[in-house]
Design a protein around this ligand. Structure first.
Ligand SMILES: [Zn+2]
Length: 425
């Protein structure tokens, strides 16, 4: 175990110290080394991973993991580190997860839990691996998830899997469950005749219908039915089925839910993120899987760090002309004596930041600062503590007093610099 441990530790260290980009660059050495490591790892793969996690837990009490075995075989695993937990506390209002990816040689599915942060970027709240896709398995995983993140999300997005649906209903009792729009739309090309998609504007029109949050239910229904009859799609059972469950996925039906537009972004981010593609190698051992996962997390978190981002009644009628389509829409902004301001477009309710109509009014009233109440905590750039970005801290690689002090000093300096720069501006 010691030998294996050091080899693995070496790889882990090379991986983490070198950073994700450098790890990918050393292909030949990496492969040769990997082959040697594979020979060593063999049957003890799962055991090594649990050992590794237990060790990490000793160094980092915030690290949370649970596993489940059946006849000495690993059948379930959940883990979340301090950064994931902090991310969930701040951005856990919308949670997306699915289990599309068979990830390793044990044929386990990977279940990443993701959301969207204050830069509208994908963040990870934790990861799971499951051998069986049963209601019991998913319930076990979600309960493990709740031990790391005790507050349930407001919205949960998944694909249309009946097993998952049942588990979510049983465990995430306070959350609203909806389908990930991207997952639904992804199936369109398979379910509708190719000729039709190629020769008509069906695809464009359907997308327009389902993604428009401002479209009322009545309008959605009449336009959908018009489209179906115009293209003779009455016999298409998939479309009929999707129409039946429209309140579970179509944007216009969820616009009353708080921050429903995050749901849209979450769908997109989760689907398009190359992040998950890293884990799809069926030959990988669990240890390799975890190394890839951690590298990808590094990448995700590093990218976030370099992003910088910029929150009596008087009634105003605002005309908003779309430059491209020349369509003019009208919105009403109401500014109350107490400073409370609302716009009929409800952009703030849906996204969590103010719309341009309200800014027109601010301009007019010479209000130069956005009132505190309209700067939602989840969109602030400084809500995550700096020390979370320190890899050594995160993986518990160096836990001695000197390293801790160094981290603390760096973190303090960062706080001062941020404070100073925000006051200078
Ligand atoms: Zn507005």
């Amino acid at each position: 175990m010691n030998n294996i441990g050091s080899v693995t530790a070496y790889r882990l260290r090379a991986c983490l110290n070198g950073g994700y980009d450098q790890v990918r660059g050393t292909a030949v050495d990496y492969k040769n080394h990997q082959r040697d490591v594979n020979v060593c790892i063999g049957e003890r793969d799962a055991q090594m991973l649990i050992y590794r996690f237990s060790k990490r837990k000793l160094n980092d009490p915030e690290f949370c993991f649970h596993y489940k075995t059946e006849q000495d075989e690993l059948v379930g695993l959940f883990w979340a580190d301090e950064t994931s937990r902090c991310n969930f506390r701040e951005f856990g209002d919308v949670l997306a997860f699915d289990a599309t990816y068979r990830t390793n040689r044990y044929n386990m599915v990977s279940v990443p839990f993701t959301g969207v942060d204050h830069h509208n970027k994908c963040v990870t709240f934790g990861g799971g691996l499951l051998k069986h896709e049963t209601i019991d398995s998913y319930e076990w995983l979600l309960k493990a998830f709740l031990t790391a993140h005790p507050n349930q999300p407001q919205l949960v997005l998944t694909d249309q899997d009946p097993t998952m649906k049942e588990a979510i209903t049983n465990v995430l009792t306070e959350s609203t469950h909806r389908l990930c729009m991207w997952h639904v739309m992804k199936k369109l090309p398979k379910k509708v005749c190719g000729e039709l998609l190629k020769n008509t504007d069906l695809r464009k029109r359907i997308h327009k219908l389902v993604w428009d949050v401002l479209l009322t239910k009545e309008k959605f229904e009449s336009r959908w039915q018009y489209l179906i009859s115009e293209l003779n799609l009455e016999e298409n059972t998939w479309l009929a089925d999707k129409f039946k469950i429209r309140d579970r996925w179509v944007s216009g039906y969820i616009s009353h839910l708080p921050i429903c537009c995050l749901m849209k972004t979450t769908s997109r981010t989760e689907s398009s993120n190359a992040f998950f593609r890293v884990f799809t190698d069926p030959d990988h051992t669990l240890v390799q899987f975890m190394l890839n996962f951690e590298s990808a997390m590094d990448k995700q978190r590093h990218e976030h760090h370099v992003v910088t981002s910029d929150d009596v009644a008087e009634v105003y009628e605002i005309q908003d002309a779309n430059m491209k389509t020349k369509v003019v829409s009208r919105h009403q902004v109401v500014l109350n004596r107490d400073g409370n301001i609302v716009c009929s477009c409800n952009h703030f309710g849906r996204h969590g930041w103010l719309c341009r109509h309200i800014f027109c009014v601010f301009n007019n009233k010479r209000i130069e600062e956005i009132p505190e109440t309209y700067i939602k905590r989840r969109w602030r750039r400084d809500i995550l503590p700096t020390h979370l970005l320190d890899k050594r801290h995160r993986y518990g690689m160096q836990n001695d007093e000197t390293s801790k002090m160094c981290s603390q000093v760096i973190s303090d300096v960062d706080v001062i610099v941020r404070y100073k720069s925000s006051n200078d501006n």
